[in-house]
Write a protein that binds this ligand. Structure first.
Ligand code: ZN
Length: 213
């Protein structure tokens, strides 16, 4: 049996006929189709967002393969051409004793995309298959994905550092390799996958009666 206070805690907007405008966050009766303040279309829950998010996430995961096996940069210096994948690029920087940039490159190019894809997969699995994961863990996961999202700009930072370093030497010519397109798409698709998902679907899952802890 649940106490009246627990029951009150579980009451959601949809139970009392209210929904939130996705654009301006105005509280609206869900019988309305459009927001009275900004005119946005109101939806109680966007169930198709789960499908869209899965499609984007799976595409991103597949693109991670060409992003890592093909060269991401092609350097030409004094007649020598060097093809670097993300991994050989990092080992090359370690060989050259440029450890701070190697660490940034590893974090931005390998750690952040993999953590984001794994985090989003667990998050989507929890909603789709009602996995027996505790509320607390799901909440931690949600904050981790949000926190990682802020570090996506790190990739742009790495690209600008690389461009600045390359432009210092007149004899050096650098071009992006085929993996660069795949990598940019991985970053873009994971961002969009997290963005399109209606997070209220997770709150529904968290507030369900069969979720014990
Ligand atoms: Zn609005």
């Amino acid at each position: 049996m649940t106490s009246p206070s627990e029951q009150a805690h579980r009451t959601q907007g949809k139970d009392v006929g209210l929904t939130l405008c996705p654009s301006c966050k105005q509280l609206m009766p869900h019988a309305e189709n459009h927001c009275s303040r900004c005119g946005s279309i109101l939806a109680l829950r966007d169930y198709s967002s789960l499908q869209k998010s899965w499609a984007l996430l799976i595409t991103a995961a597949i693109l991670l393969i060409p992003a890592n096996i093909y060269p991401i940069t092609i350097f030409t210096s004094q007649g020598h051409t060097r093809h670097d994948t993300i991994f050989t690029g990092i080992t090359h920087l370690i060989d050259l004793d440029i450890l701070p940039i190697a660490v940034i490159l590893f974090t931005a190019s390998i750690l952040v995309p993999i953590l984001k894809i794994c985090g989003l997969t667990i998050y989507l699995l929890a909603i789709s298959f009602r996995l027996p994961i505790s509320k607390k863990r799901l909440m931690v996961g949600f904050h981790v994905i949000e926190w990682i999202g802020r570090w996506s700009m790190l990739d742009l930072f790495v690209i600008s550092i690389t461009a600045a370093l390359v432009n210092m030497g007149q004899l050096l010519d650098a071009r992006p390799g085929p993996a660069a397109t795949a990598f940019a798409l991985v970053i873009l698709l994971t961002q969009v996958a997290a963005k399109v998902l209606d997070t209220r679907l997770l709150w529904d899952r968290l507030e369900s009666k069969d979720d014990a802890n």
